[in-house]
Each structure stands twice: as structure tokens, then as C-alpha cells.
Design a protein. Structure first.
Length: 232
């Protein structure tokens, strides 16, 4: 896709969103300046389990948005070490879910653009070269990573195989945790059910819908936003 065409489509999507939603929080993660989100609680209080120091500790650096999507700068001081540990397992599942997308859309994680593999043990992989070309490496004797049969050749397509190593609900929890972390404090009062569900308590009622949209061009940097539906 041409970059101008992509930009037009992206801007159109933003305009459509703005017609129905207000942007109540927005961070563009394209600068080196560190941002520490704080609720200003003294003693320090965890936004998620609501426990305070010293009942819980805050030694670990809590990324507000996963570093898997290129966040080096946006952190918070209101996620305790216990919750951080729980959320890191959700992030691992989110990473498994997004693996192919993160490779193909060149999302720079902690160790650069991740390679796509069926499992850690396999050598067959899809990776992005320095000149942004896609390299597919197939090791003989391993489970096929791609399917390229006559019908694919005729249609000019390739099928990439995958294995589900994640629990969908935990992938959603990783995303919801990121949203709750950058949520303005005054909005949290409306989200106690969501927070209970995130923390593993049973929760009746509304299930959050998820909408994913993929663009076939890599974005230059990560932006995150909280949108609130306009009352019309
Ligand atoms: Zn906590």
C-alpha cells in the first residue's frame, strides 16, 4: 500500500472515531522523554488490588503499555509487584497471540522485531531483514510453517500455519490492563466490574467487545488513546 493512501485511510478512521467519541487520553510514544503516571497516593497505592505500601511493594518498573509494542517511556507508579507479576503472564499470552502480526507489521519489541515460529524449539521461522524484506526459513524435518500449494500459487497467496498457545481471555486482559493503566483516575469509578474481572473475581454482566483493525503498513511509532462515547 502506498504511504499516502495508508495515511488517508488512517486519518479517515480517526475522523470517524472522533464523530462518536471524545479522546480523553492520548500518548504518542515517539519521544525519549520518560513519563511516570501517578495517582499521587501517599503511601503508594496499587490501582488494581488497591493495597498500599508496605502491604505490597513497588520495586519493579511497571510499563503502562507493554514494551512488546515499543513502549520504552510510559510507566506508572501505581502497579504493585504482585499485580505486575500476574499481568506479565497475560502479556506473554498477548505476545503469543500477536506474534505473527508483530513480525509482519514490524513492531519493535524489547529485542527488536520478533521472529515468527511455531514454537521456541523449532528453527523454521519468518523474520524481517534489515532492508525490511520478509525472510522465510524452513528447516527440513520440522512441522511446515507455511503452505504453498498449487491453489496458493494460482491465487498468489501463502498460508502461514499457527498454533494457539494462548487463552483468548488472557489476551483481552492484557489489553484491558493497559487501558485501565492510562485511564484518567476519575473514570475508574465507572469501571469497577471491569477491574474485578481483570483481577480474577467473578463478574456478571457486560462483556467487553473487542475490535481489531490491521493495516498492512508498519506505523512509525505506537500511539495509545482512551476514547469515551459522546452523549448525544
Ligand atoms: Zn496490586
Amino acid at each position: 500500500m502506498q504511504s499516502t493512501e495508508f495515511k488517508d485511510r488512517f486519518n479517515k478512521m480517526l475522523l470517524n472515531l472522533e464523530a462518536a467519541y471524545n479522546i480523553i487520553k492520548c500518548y504518542h510514544l515517539n519521544e525519549d522523554k520518560q513519563i511516570m503516571l501517578s495517582d499521587g497516593d501517599k503511601p503508594q497505592k496499587c490501582r488494581f488490588c488497591e493495597k498500599e505500601f508496605p502491604d505490597v511493594t513497588f520495586k519493579k518498573i511497571s510499563h503502562a503499555i507493554s514494551h512488546m509494542v515499543g513502549n520504552r517511556v510510559l510507566k506508572s507508579d501505581y502497579e504493585c509487584d504482585t499485580c505486575n507479576q500476574i499481568f506479565s503472564t497475560y502479556e506473554t499470552e498477548y505476545s503469543s497471540y500477536m506474534n505473527l502480526y508483530h513480525t509482519m507489521f514490524m513492531v519493535h519489541g524489547k529485542g527488536g522485531i520478533p521472529k515468527y515460529k511455531l514454537s521456541h524449539k523449532e528453527n523454521s521461522k519468518i523474520e524481517i531483514e534489515n532492508d525490511n524484506t520478509i525472510k522465510i526459513n524452513i528447516q527440513e524435518g520440522e512441522e511446515p510453517l507455511i503452505v504453498w500449494e498449487e491453489i496458493n500459487k494460482a491465487n498468489n497467496t501463502i498460508e502461514i500455519k499457527g498454533k494457539r498457545t494462548y487463552t483468548p481471555q488472557n489476551v483481552l486482559k492484557a489489553l484491558v490492563k493497559m487501558a485501565l493503566t492510562i485511564m484518567p483516575k476519575n473514570e475508574l469509578q465507572h469501571l469497577s466490574n471491569t477491574k474485578n474481572w481483570l483481577m480474577g473475581h467473578s463478574c456478571k454482566g457486560y462483556i467487553l467487545p473487542v475490535c481489531l483493525r490491521f493495516y498492512r503498513s508498519p506505523l512509525p511509532f505506537t500511539s495509545v488513546m482512551i476514547l469515551k462515547k459522546k452523549i448525544i
